[in-house]
Design a protein around this ligand. Sequence first.
Ligand code: ATP
Length: 239
Amino acid sequence: MTPLLELSEVTAGYGSAPVVEDITLAVEPGQVCALVGANGAGKSTLLGTISGLRHPSRGRITFDGADLGHAAPETVVRRGLVHVAEGRRIFRGLTVRENLDLGLWRSGLGKPEQRDRLDRVLGLFPFLRARLSAQAEVLSGGEQQMLVIGQALMREPRMLLLDEPSLGLAPVMVDRVFDTIEVLRAEGLSLLLVEQVVERALSIADRGFVMQNGRIVAEGPGPDLLRGPGLRQAYLGAF
Ligand code: ATP
């Protein structure tokens, strides 16, 4: 199958020092892939490089067959690749509805299509329907995470880059995040997931990539990686 997202020998960083080096990976349509590795391995930097927040100094990134080159983040989003950054960046003082509507910013859609998109997202997250007029800040951490993902879905992406969606959540909410990932998979969305809950992430991943010091040191079907030595070495090697 032709990959939806493909990175070939990508090197990137901040200023002249590379933080991620020589990254080659592919995500096929409909796949859930997990990117794991110790703190500081370069996972967030890699997601930001894919979504156009920074540009590779070497290598090539293609999405849906087209070279992303040095595309700006808005262009990457318009092509259907949406990055949900770490840290649940909702507007706490706005309502749930207003936060979702922000996902339509510059979409150019008419009112009926906007309504359709909202209905589709509320179909995936029914609990948000009753909370549309509530301030986003009254939602629990897990619900805020669903709201951020819902806002990303308002753009009707083909692929999501999810950076640590379960960070800081109570175990029951971590379960809900992983349930949501399964719902998105069933919808046919492709996902590249960065997670510290490594076991959970790899156990559901069609493919996993283990990063250490800016490089991919092991890859394979997620459950296989969990059983292999590469994962353990990558984490122990960080200390
Ligand atoms: P974590 O799980 O802690 O978020 P990570 O694997 O996502 O880690 P990155 O956040 O990508 O790792 O960081 C990789 C390296 O890049 C670290 O050494 C970090 O200090 C450095 N770095 C991150 N952001 C910047 C920045 N804006 N400017 C300069 N260096 C940065």
